[in-house]
Write a protein that binds this ligand. Structure first.
Ligand SMILES: [Zn+2]
Length: 254
């Protein structure tokens, strides 16, 4: 169990099953796949599903990183090409999810106080109100052409605030709900120049999980052929158990 960094909601994750792998393979939109996967796997302490659409986007990113930790562990490794002229070497950039979450910790800025309406905040000494963008906002926004302006209309009151106040709200949002999709820096061991990789949580984690889920159909085929279990019975199984049976069949054949 862990606490989400912004809302403080305590979350438990159930084991990934075949149906979750199927979602990863069949939902080609990675943002939608990420939102749906977190909604399926995350529960509260009592095992009840969470209303993920009301969670701040940062919390959904954090929950997806915890799913990633559960499947592949804490260590993230990515391969980037050094862009320094004349170098072009491929470099491993690696970091620990725990360190990364610690580095992007949410904090409450001074001069921000809770407003009367639940989930809303007020800038001290100003009539300006705001709330944190949620996963529900993110999904809604994707269907709109003028996303940024629409998001501001949903999350900031009143309309038409001065640029100074909007700037204060932007800084408060960045402190209270820092995006976990961010640059990771390192240096090239070949030429010593600085390197930067953009770590997009939804893109990175969904790609990794999809590469794992690719074995699903072969697993179902093998288990159905061997044990004559139905497709849905196999998909109901935690992925970890499915893999065990597949390995046992492989071992017996060898
Ligand atoms: Zn280099």
């Amino acid at each position: 169990m862990f606490s989400l960094p912004v809302s403080g909601q305590v979350v438990d994750l159930r084991l990934r099953a075949g149906w979750d792998d199927l979602l990863l393979l069949e939902q080609r939109d990675e943002t939608e796949a990420a939102l749906q996967l977190v909604a399926r796997l995350a529960t509260d302490e009592a095992g009840r599903p969470l209303d993920t659409s009301s969670l701040p986007v940062t919390d959904v990113e954090a929950a997806l990183l915890e799913v990633r930790r559960m499947v592949f562990g804490d260590s993230v490794r990515a391969d980037v090409r050094c862009l320094a002229p004349g170098c072009g070497k491929r470099v491993d950039v690696s970091f620990q999810i725990g360190d990364y979450l610690g580095f992007h910790r949410a904090r409450k800025p001074r001069r921000v106080e809770p407003a009367a309406e639940a989930g809303w905040f007020r800038l001290a000494g100003s009539g300006a109100l705001f709330r944190l963008p949620t996963a529900g906002d993110l999904r809604w926004l994707r269907s709109r052409a003028d996303g940024a302006a629409e998001l501001a209309r949903r999350c900031i009151r009143p309309d038409g605030l001065a640029a100074v106040e909007l700037g204060r709200i932007e800084r408060a949002l960045a402190a209270m709900a820092p995006s976990l999709s961010n640059s990771v820096r390192g240096s090239c061991p070949e030429c010593g120049r600085g390197l930067e990789m953009y770590f997009d949580v939804f893109h990175f984690v969904i790609a990794e999980l999809r590469s794992q889920a690719m074995y699903l159909f072969a697993d179902v085929h093998l288990l159905a052929s061997q044990y004559h279990w139905s497709e849905s019975a196999i998909l109901d199984m935690p992925a970890i158990r499915r893999t065990q049976y597949v390995e046992m069949i492989g071992g017996a054949r060898a």
